[in-house]
Design a protein around this ligand. Sequence first.
Ligand code: SF4
Length: 447
Amino acid sequence: MGSYYIWTVGCQVNVADSGKLAAGLRRLGWEPTDQAEDADFIVLNTCAIRQQAEDKAANKLGAIRFLKEANPAIRVAVMGCTVGPRTEELSERFPFVDVFAQPQRFDKVLSVLDLPDEDSGGEFWPAVFPDEATPFAYVPVVEGCDKFCTYCIVPLRRGRERSRSIDEVRHEVEAHVARGTREVTLLGQTVEAYGKDQPPVEGGTDHADLFDLMSAIHEIEGLQRIRQLTSYPPDMTDRILEGMASLPKVCESFSLPVQAGDDETLERMKRGYTVAEFRERVAKIRSLMPEVGISTDVIVGSPGETDAQFRNTCRLLEELRFDKVHVAAYSERAGTFAARHQPDDVPQEEKMERLHTIEEIQKRIAFEINHELWGRRFEVLVEALKAGREPGVERLTGRTRTAKLVHFDAPQGVYRLGDAVEVEINRTYPWSLRGAIVAQPEPALTR
Ligand code: SF4
């Protein structure tokens, strides 16, 4: 065996996939290394959601080409969303890469290592879970996407929706918790689609859904928080939302992309809902979880978006007042429906102006929302520790159940990653909060 190096860009699904691949390699006797230069096996786990991400991978491959030329025995694999069903173009561009593998084709990644089938075939991968001890873990529960929004490359690269079984997910979460994980985030491109591809549960007519999955892992002792990412309004049934609100460990936090606040734009994007339907789902969530934190995604300058349509999006953001808005200027992705049929006709300057307009709106809204939190107390799970400005003091960072980022100071060495700390907010900013420790709750707070 030898050493491996994994480079990862992109979303939490990619991070989780790289963790699983690393765990599999370690189980097979391979050792990790932090430098590509020291590795016998180099894997790039790539993202194609934007051109920028693809360019990053291409740059990295440029550097790896020199390593491969110097030592042809090195094996190089490229996996993730840049790899489509047809890899001819990639093979021509990067002939020194030994294998291209679509997302989660771990078997294909390892095919260049000439391992006996019995080592890594059959039930090997389903039984491999990321094995690093971390207080926060990402667990993919449904892969792929069936929605085919016109601008999105994901369904073309990650394939159709495929749910893991409840048992498999529960075993993975149990393994994480046994190693000290306190919070899990269940991942899917549209996470409420969980189970839709599965047959009905025995003796019934309905398939298991996200609520059933959350209920199953909710029982795991030691697990304090459950989150989910990313939500898709038409899949968010009342059953799922009401069920989530009834489970104390499920956090009051949603990432719910709207993408546009205009019906014609949503129709061109084939998002599958209207503004009214989106508004209704937000109202439902807020009626069940009044203090919920909701972030959203918006694309500005999508094909055909007029100024009036863009203004409708601004109005919706003012009305719904999200905690956070991730805004991106539209960029065409080759192979999508939009790239073939919807001309990228909003000038780049206009796109950037719209993007800045939304950033300004959201900065004000986020500041106003956060300002309301002044003087309130929250349970914060510590996710980062660093030296403070004074000797003997550490600067801690963590998140509330509603996913607000909170910074606070603590005496050095008292708290560890994953600890639950009660913090009183004494300063507010648009993107974060500052506070002071009140007391460490015991045991973990629940809703
Ligand atoms: S829901 Fe739409 S934007 Fe999201 S991954 Fe699926 S196709 Fe892409």
